[in-house]
Design a protein around this ligand. Structure first.
Ligand SMILES: NCCC[C@H](NC(=O)CCC(=O)O)C(=O)O
Length: 447
């Protein structure tokens, strides 16, 4: 029997080491802002403001905590020895790129934290979580262990929640989580269709693949996640991303498409075989007609879609059933996109409202509003069973804002990453945070 369910959004709280290191080849924003001075305090406050605004509108809004950075255990694994301070200065001298990688606050982009399948879709009717191995980039490949701990701490009741370890960390099973996974459905509590979008097939060298930039997600990884989560053929669709789009800087599917309910909002360059994607989804979407909202390259050139992050918006169902598109501020700065958004609302389709959010600090590293959140569809019972200390409300917003103001710097350059004070500040802040959120000891330094 179908149970009433809600979509909860879990945003990554930006960590105290947020910086611009240019670590993501294939992600245009990351490369073009390399070595710019960042403002971690502003970044965290921008994220909190978005969470508060959406919670205030009645959406269920949760938080995923930042990770311990710089990550000393990884530096030790790589052969750096001595005290924490000695390790930092040795790494800064020998290989500053490694130090930058273990200092990245990249876990803030929780769309890449995991793939989540709601209980209405899975064989055992539990919510399934698999943290993404993020094996395409070293700085991201060190996230999945702590992400898994945080998710287990928040969703601990095994009667409702099932947790899998990340897939093998090898490029053939490269997995980037929910950024390449979209669920379409009638009501959230109904069985849905999980659309897995991959960049290339790992074990077939003759299959189409991008030429310039790496495809981070493989078909083999997507199929493994579907198997682990117990999704039948009736619940899963696998589609290849257009390799030309990856070569133009679309490093995840959520830079070119977003879906919610029965609506798929996408650019005409999104898929290798668009007609097949629509037919496969529609064939499995029982009781609802797929509403395809397609944006043509004539209206919004691909380059404008990439620089504005139009599709990295949150598509949310409001109380009255209409949809709200939560877009990054850059969408109003690029003429073709701004014009398109006005037309989108005026034309009277399913998307009735557009709201602009300033997440510029994150955008400079290639993360828009949708990158900053992980969607978890929960029935009323599952929502009751989860740890509610991570759910946003006015009191928690006040507490976290004060916490950020007290612990974060408002300027961080690449040279600052070797400062042992930064490591201390980060650990103190996170120790307090796990107390505020009631998460227990999830960090290595706490164990
Ligand atoms: N979903 C958005 C992810 C953005 C992320 N950027 C980064 O890691 C940039 C970090 C830096 O360059 O400092 C990435 O490319 O995976």
């Amino acid at each position: 029997m179908t149970q009433h369910a809600t979509e909860a959004n879990f945003d990554g709280l930006v960590g105290p080491t947020h910086n611009y290191a240019g670590l993501s080849w294939g992600n245009v924003a990351s490369k073009s802002n390399v070595s710019a001075v960042s403002n971690p305090k502003e970044a965290a406050l921008q994220g909190l403001a978005k969470m508060k605004a959406l919670a205030g509108r009645g959406f269920v809004q949760g938080i995923l905590p930042p990770h311990e950075r710089p990550h000393i255990p990884t530096l030790r694994k790589l052969g750096f020895t001595g005290s924490d301070g000695e390790i930092l200065s040795q790494a800064a001298k020998e290989n500053p790129v490694i130090l930058a990688a273990v200092s990245s606050a990249s876990c803030m982009w929780t769309a890449n934290a995991a793939t989540v399948s709601p209980s209405a879709d899975t064989h055992d009717h539990r919510v399934h979580f698999t943290p993404a191995n993020l094996g395409a980039k070293f700085h991201r490949s060190i996230e999945h262990e702590v992400t898994g701990r945080a998710l287990k701490s928040m969703f601990s009741d095994e009667a409702y929640f099932a947790h899998h370890p990340a897939l093998p960390s090898i490029s053939q099973f490269g997995d980037e989580g929910a950024a390449n996974h979209t669920r379409l459905c009638c009501a959230y509590g109904d069985p849905g269709v999980e659309l897995f979008v991959y960049g290339q097939q790992a074990f077939d060298e003759s299959a189409p693949a991008p030429k310039r930039f790496p495809a981070r997600q493989t078909l083999e990884a997507s199929r493994a996640i579907a198997r682990l989560h117990g999704l039948s053929d009736a619940r899963a669709v696998f589609a290849q991303q257009n390799p030309d789009a990856i070569d133009a800087g679309v490093f995840h599917n959520d830079v070119i498409a977003v879906g919610n309910g029965n609506v798929l909002f996408y650019h005409d360059m999104a898929f290798l075989d668009e007609a097949q994607v629509l037919a496969d989804v529609q064939a499995r979407l029982k009781g609802a007609e797929l509403q395809a909202v397609k944006v043509s390259s004539d209206e919004v050139p691909l380059a404008d879609a990439v620089s504005s992050y139009l599709f990295n918006s949150q598509l949310l169902t409001q109380k009255d059933g209409s949809m709200l598109l939560a877009v990054p501020g850059e969408c109003r700065e690029i003429e073709s996109v701004s014009r398109y958004l006005d037309k989108l609302v005026a034309q009277g389709g399913p998307i009735k409202a557009v709201e602009v959010f300033d997440v510029k600090q994150s955008m400079r590293n290639g993360g828009g509003p949708a990158c900053l959140r992980l969607r978890v569809v929960l029935t009323d019972d599952e929502l009751k069973a989860m740890h509610d200390g991570v759910l946003m409300n006015d009191a928690l917003y006040e507490r976290l804002t004060t916490w950020v103001e007290g612990h974060y710097r408002d300027e961080l350059s690449q040279d600052d990453l070797a400062d042992p004070m930064l490591l201390d500040e980060c650990r103190h802040a996170l120790d307090e945070l796990t107390g505020i959120l009631g998460l227990g000891s999830i960090y290595d330094f706490q164990r």
